[in-house]
Design a protein around this ligand. Structure first.
Ligand code: ADP
Ligand code: ZN
Ligand code: ZN
Length: 828
């Protein structure tokens, strides 16, 4: 048996691995994937066992202290994947392993800081005074609590001074996991009810009331015949804890514990759903995927391209069914659970009792329980947002990514940064299992790679006519056309004297829809809307004279900025093209849109769906249900509307301003606009009632808007790819973003400039010509959480090599937070 283990300690910054001795009593239980506690320096920390060794790599090793969970918490494949992620994304193995653990079980070592009673002297630094003040209230805080209390200070650097002067003490702590299996107490009868009742009534010292309660309890237990939940026993019999103890002491009843799982799906009533017979188109695709799942053909990446409603989800369901039939599990990633309740319900209905749900709104207990049930093999189908990719399925056989173009698959808001799509591709390759990626609008990069790396590209061209049971044609459901899209030139509207946000054609269409007792959706793109400056008369947008990028408006400095080269200028008083004074930022919110719609359609029932109205748990579902049941006529919403909703009564979709997001200083802007418009338009006409969409715009000639209005995916793809090739943007290069944040703008700026200079010098010394640099410049979102943001972007394969040769220590300035993002999903 192995006596040593190589571990990765759960401290994000640590890049090394370490060897520890396994104490004799743990030899049988410590395995690769075990979560253990080990002494590390003066701390006790959690660590993951990567492998077992017969001999350590260093002569002196310390011993593992404890085992956090009896069973391994990660599979070998997961640990290998974490290694791949660390390498590809320039993050640490430890932080990648950590995020694969369910929250609650993983605990980071922390310090406990305590103020002493000593008098503080007069010469403390301001930060030291703030530390003492923060400690003052409770006297003691953990490091993480101090982080929260003093967010913008480098208190860790100021603490040693306080310790030295005896004003505070600090000790290392490791808290136990904050989640535990939940158990219920139950009681069972050990003897026959007759003999139990006899014994109770023999004893003369008990009062009649007690005897009555004890007898009742026995009768309930006899009736239940088996372990009975004690709270139910108390409720039914009137007995209490003391009574139960009496029964146990008499040897009449045994008290046990049983494990219960907190099930987030408990309230969903499964409506068992039969799989429909696939259409001929679906079947042709299905055969190609089935061969991979059944091991007849080699597993590969499958890119399933099909408009909304073309039957992609039905293919996913078939694939999961086939995997289950072979005793394998499946992971299905969806962009965001709360926005895709219909998809989730379909999986749940098709595979009752087999689906585990993983998403951010679960309580830690629910999450932990789902995680354990998945690990035990109890829930072989896992549906969830990007982190569901790390579900510990013991026998994973299939990965599905729905809406694979969606930005939410990139973890950009916190560390470690990764794309769940890219990581799933690596995972599937490592496990040799099929991967299905589906979308109506895959990204340009995905389609380009599919063709270059010969993934299996599969197309579903037509919408299924699903909302009429009797629409069978030759035993198959019929098909539906995509809704026609009308482009309305808002410059013409203004010329005709219409100053409202609703054009005449849109107003007319809304009225007609109301008259027919059908529903409409109005879509408002909020992204970038506050900074979008253009001329209302001619549509003119100000561009940077140096790099052609559209300039964005910054309210704080009241000027326009270029986010590629840092060019600044004042907002002009009149339009340089037509001299109109009507040049200003757009900045329309959902609330004021709602007000205007209500004013113009006083009899319509208007419902607003945005981040404000959907803040509460379950609000998304509520709003959707409300609308689906036709208790509102017009739904006003933001990007949530673009997700996979199936709303049969909607016959009109109006896009208030199609060009808003085109203005963002990011090369993805045309693609994102195209995707969004295609998806939003796709909400109309999902039943035999027909339907149409209206795009209002100041740039009717723009290729993204044109292509979306014609549902011309291929045309858009060709044009966009051409543009990327000419400008050398991904997929023709790889980008790495370096982001510097600090609460003082000058510090962030200097840090970005100093680091950028280093990379430029290294590239020059190595004679690298192919590397390009954007910046350093302030980011588009120049301030986030009170921190100023600067960045520069390196592109070209040489950038990767350069970063490999020059780890962060050699270029990262002190005291500034630096984030590296490989393949950044946006440059904002
Ligand atoms: P997508 O995932 O591409 O949006 P879906 O799989 O949700 O498409 O299919 C759209 C609609 O058509 C759904 O209501 C679905 O139940 C129905 N549907 C899909 N395939 C079939 C089929 N073979 N026979 C009958 N109805 C189907
Ligand atoms: Zn103008
Ligand atoms: Zn510029």
């Amino acid at each position: 048996m192995s006596k040593f283990a190589r571990v990765s300690v759960n401290i994000a910054q640590i890049t090394d691995v370490f060897d520890y001795a396994i104490p004799a009593e743990m030899e049988a239980s410590v395995q690769p994937g075990s979560l253990v506690t080990v002494p590390f320096g003066r701390q006790l920390v959690q660590a993951l066992v990567l492998s077992l060794l017969d001999a350590p790599s260093v002569p002196e090793v310390r011993a593992i202290e404890g085992l956090v969970d009896r069973a391994p918490v990660l599979t070998a494949a997961q640990m290998e994947l974490a290694g791949w992620m660390a390498d590809y994304y320039f993050s640490t193995l430890a932080e990648n392993l950590d995020q694969m653990l369910p929250p609650g079980i993983s605990q980071h070592a922390d310090v406990l800081i305590r103020a002493t009673a000593n008098e503080p002297g007069p010469d403390l630094t301001p930060v030291q005074q703030r530390i003492l003040k923060a400690l003052g209230k409770q006297g003691v805080l953990r490091g993480r609590q101090l982080d929260a209390a003093l967010p913008k200070t480098s208190w860790r650097e100021s603490l040693p001074g306080l310790l030295k002067r005896g004003l505070a003490t600090s000790e290392a702590v490791l808290l136990p996991p904050s989640v535990h299996p939940r158990t219920l107490r139950n009681a069972s009868l050990l003897v026959s009810s007759e003999s139990a009742l006899e014994q109770i009534n023999q004893n003369g010292r008990r009062s009649a009331a007690v005897k009555q309660r004890l007898s009742n309890a026995i009768l309930v237990l006899a009736r239940e015949d088996g372990p009975t939940d004690v709270s139910m026993l108390y409720a039914e019999s009137g007995a209490n804890t003391a009574d139960l103890k009496t029964l146990a002491d008499l040897g009449l009843v045994s008290i046990g514990e049983s494990e219960v799982f907190r099930d987030p799906l408990a309230e969903l009533k499964p409506v068992l759903q039969q799989a429909p017979r696939l259409t001929a188109d679906q079947n042709a695709i299905w055969q190609k995927i089935a061969a991979q799942i059944n091991g007849v053909a080699p597993a590969q990446n499958n890119l399933l391209v099909g408009v909304t409603g073309s039957g992609k989800t039905e293919i996913y369901l078939h694939a999961v069914q086939a995997a289950l039939a072979r005793g394998k599990g499946a992971i299905i990633l969806v962009p965001e659970i709360s926005l895709t309740p219909q998809t989730v319900r379909r999986f749940y209905a098709r595979f009752p009792q087999k689906v585990g749900l993983i998403h951010s709104r679960l309580s830690p207990g629910e999450r932990y329980d789902s995680w354990r049930r998945i690990r035990s093999g109890d829930l072989p189908v896992v549906v969830g947002a990007r982190s569901a990719l790390f579900a510990p399925l013991p026998n994973l056989g299939l990965i599905i990514i729905d809406e694979c173009h969606d930005e939410s698959y990139f973890q950009d808001d916190f560390r470690p940064h990764y794309s769940a799509v890219e990581t799933a591709i690596a995972y599937a390759r490592l496990m040799k299992i099929p991967l299905i990626m589906g979308s109506a609008t895959p990204t340009v990069e995905q389609l380009y790679r599919a063709r270059r790396e010969s993934w299996q590209e599969l197309h579903l061209a037509e919408r299924i006519y699903a909302h009429q049971a009797n629409q069978l044609v030759d035993g198959e459901p019929g098909t539906l056309p995509l809704p026609p899209v009308q482009i309305v030139d808002m410059r013409e509207e203004l010329k005709a004297g219409n100053r409202s946000v609703l054009s005449v054609p849109l107003k007319k269409a809304l009225q007609e829809t109301l008259d027919h007792n059908e529903q409409s959706i109005l879509f408002l793109n909020r992204r970038g809307s506050a900074t979008y400056v253009f001329c209302r008369d001619c549509g003119y947008v100000l561009r940077c004279p140096r790099c052609e990028t559209q300039l964005t408006f910054h309210a704080a400095s009241n000027d326009l900025q270029c986010h590629i080269c840092n060019y600044h200028r004042k907002l002009p008083a009149s339009c340089p093209q037509c001299s109109s004074k009507n040049i200003r930022q757009f900045g329309l919110g959902t609330e004021s849109l709602e007000k205007q719609v209500v004013e113009q359609f006083p009899s319509a029932r208007v419902l607003r769906w945005d981040a404000d109205t959907a803040r509460l748990k379950g609000a998304h579902d509520l709003i959707l249900d409300h609308f689906t049941q036709h208790r509102a006529d017009i739904l006003i919403g933001t990007k949530m509307l673009a997700k996979g909703l199936d709303l049969p009564l909607v016959t009109l979709v109006g896009v208030i301003l199609a060009d808003v997001s085109l203005n963002l200083p990011d090369f993805h802007a045309p693609e994102r606009t195209f995707q969004l418009l295609s998806q939003v338009a796709g909400r109309a006409g999902r039943s035999g009632r027909g339907g149409k969409a209206i795009f209002q715009t100041y740039h009717p000639e723009n290729y993204a808007i044109q292509a979306a209005s014609l549902h011309d995916f291929n045309g858009f793809y060709e044009q966009e790819l051409d543009f990327r090739r000419k400008t050398v943007y991904p997929p023709f290069t790889q980008m790495i973003r370096f982001e510097f944040t600090h609460f003082q703008e000058s510090v962030a700026a200097q840090a970005a400039q100093a680091s950028a200079e280093r990379f430029a010098t290294w590239a020059e010394l190595a004679g690298i010509k192919s590397m390009k640099m954007i910046g350093p410049v302030p980011c588009f979102y120049g301030k986030r959480n009170g921190q100023f943001r600067w960045h520069f972007i390196l592109s070209g394969s040489a950038a990767r090599d350069l970063l490999k040769q020059h780890p962060a220590e050699t270029w990262r300035p002190h005291g500034v937070t630096v984030e590296i993002t490989v393949d950044p999903p946006d440059l904002l």
